[in-house]
Design a protein around this ligand. Structure first.
Ligand code: FES
Ligand SMILES: [Fe+2]
Length: 450
């Protein structure tokens, strides 16, 4: 029999190539020492692709987005030819920051100090007393310092390394996986940007393992220790873990399983799964005690109803991608939980000076099919369709909830931060299912060796 389209859609993701792990000592000081932070700044951050902006926030020539990254700040500016150029947000006269505006529209950036005017393509076009420079007119000699810029999935990525590989080479197998979802069309519905009182790697470590799910997130009513209330099978035995040669990783958990209620009450399908089923014309009550059947039922319903509701990307997705939890961590600082219809954007940016602080972005993007009327269901809550989060809500950790799951994670971030300061901690003792954490630290150290 020929391989039909349907066979292809049913197949599961192939494993990425196996990686060999060496024995790296993951000690506590890397989470709190200035020395380790300096090493990251010297050897790693200037070499990696960073996801920094969103194309749709700069639709027209002159539109710009400014994004902070540790001690750096970048301007991403749409050019007349439609491309995007990015620059360090710093004046080449005597180093003043050009702007603190998060976004705006400008043909030129006038430095607040001595008024030099930089054009949006980086050229200096005006400097007072230009004849008074023994080295020559600065307008003839200076431009803003540009950084490599590419776009993918609707996001703007930059790399401070002029000799960096292409973004496509950098992303490796992630590129192909993500292309199928048409993420560039997705809209942001949640944008919380939080000052988190811990090192950025504590956050990434957490998103690099699922070993903590039973202890940190398991609700009291879970039927077994292996199920989360959304109906995701979190057992490591049934989870696919993949490490990419490029340093990124992927974790796939089967989802859409229903026994969220206890078996004593008949295996009642609970929220959020129950609401998702209703959205797709399924009656969750009919699936009481038959939770395992919900996965295929949702897949079938999405295949049938998806196209007429405007879910144009479903045709590119395999059945498992319609329901299951695909979690990616992109080296070094970006993690996503990618579902058929939404994308939990989890990014940790290093603090400018303090190794025990970071900036954590807890965002949610959703697909935006034209004929869909059901609300957006994110991991943070339920949102009215079309009510986008145009600007990030920035606050201190603890001031507001980040949603139940991330709140639970943030509690252990702090426990770990304090423990990692101890001279009595001898370095991490990793489980097999924590190999993504181990690899993450090896990747960081591999930059220090170069
Ligand atoms: S520092 Fe910018 S014009 Fe002087
Ligand atoms: Fe977690």
């Amino acid at each position: 029999m020929n391989i039909t389209d349907i066979d292809w859609k049913k197949r599961n993701a192939e494993n990425w190539k196996q990686q060999n792990l060496s024995n790296t000592l993951v000690d506590g000081s890397r989470y709190n020492s200035q020395e380790f932070m300096n090493k990251e700044w010297q050897y790693m951050w200037p070499k990696v692709w960073l996801l920094l902006g969103r194309e749709e926030e700069v639709p027209n020539p002159g539109d710009y987005q400014m994004e902070e990254f540790g001690k750096e700040s970048f301007l991403m500016i749409r050019q007349d030819d439609g491309s995007i150029k990015s620059f360090y947000n710093v004046c080449q006269h005597r180093g003043a920051r050009l702007t603190f505006n998060d976004q705006g529209t400008a043909e030129t950036f006038k430095c607040p100090y001595h008024g030099w005017k930089w054009r949006k393509d980086g050229k200096l076009i005006e400097a007072q007393d230009a004849e008074d420079f023994p080295q020559g007119n600065p307008c003839d000699n200076l431009t803003l310092e540009e950084v490599k810029t590419e776009t993918f999935a609707g996001f703007i990525w930059i790399n401070m390394d002029k000799n960096a590989c292409t973004l496509k080479e950098w992303l490796g197998p992630v590129w192909e996986d993500w292309e199928a979802y048409e993420i560039h069309k997705w809209k942001r519905y949640v944008a919380q940007t939080v000052n988190m009182p811990c090192n950025w790697k504590i956050v990434l470590d957490n998103f690099n393992e699922s070993y903590h799910l039973n202890t940190v997130h398991a609700p009291e009513k879970a039927v077994t220790k292996k199920r989360m209330p959304s109906g995701v099978d979190t057992s490591y035995r049934n989870t696919q873990f993949d490490l990419a040669t490029e340093g990124h990783n992927r974790m796939i958990m089967k989802a859409g399983y229903g026994p969220a209620g206890s078996f004593e009450d008949g295996g009642i399908i609970e929220d959020p799964l129950a609401s998702v089923m209703k959205d797709w014309g399924l009656n969750p009550e009919k699936y009481s005690g038959k939770g395992f059947d919900t996965r295929e039922a949702i897949q079938t319903a999405k295949r049938k109803l998806g196209p007429e509701r405007g879910y144009t990307h479903y045709k590119n997705l395999r059945d498992e991608q319609l329901t299951d939890a695909f979690h990616y961590t992109l080296f070094p600082n970006f993690a996503v939980s990618l579902w058929a219809d939404g994308f939990h954007f989890l990014r940790a940016r290093p603090h400018a000076t303090d190794p025990e602080k970071c900036i954590f972005d807890n965002w949610w993007y959703s697909s935006n099919p034209e004929n869909e009327t059901s609300p957006i269901r994110s991991t943070v809550g339920v949102h009215e369709r079309g009510k986008f989060a145009d600007f990030p809500d920035a606050f201190e950790h603890g001031e507001k909830s980040l949603g139940q799951t991330i709140d639970q994670d943030a509690v252990v971030f702090i426990f770990q931060k304090f423990g990692l300061r101890s001279r009595g901690f001898n370095g991490a003792y990793f489980a097999g299912q924590e190999k993504r954490v181990h690899r993450f630290h090896q990747m960081i150290e591999s930059y220090f060796e170069e």
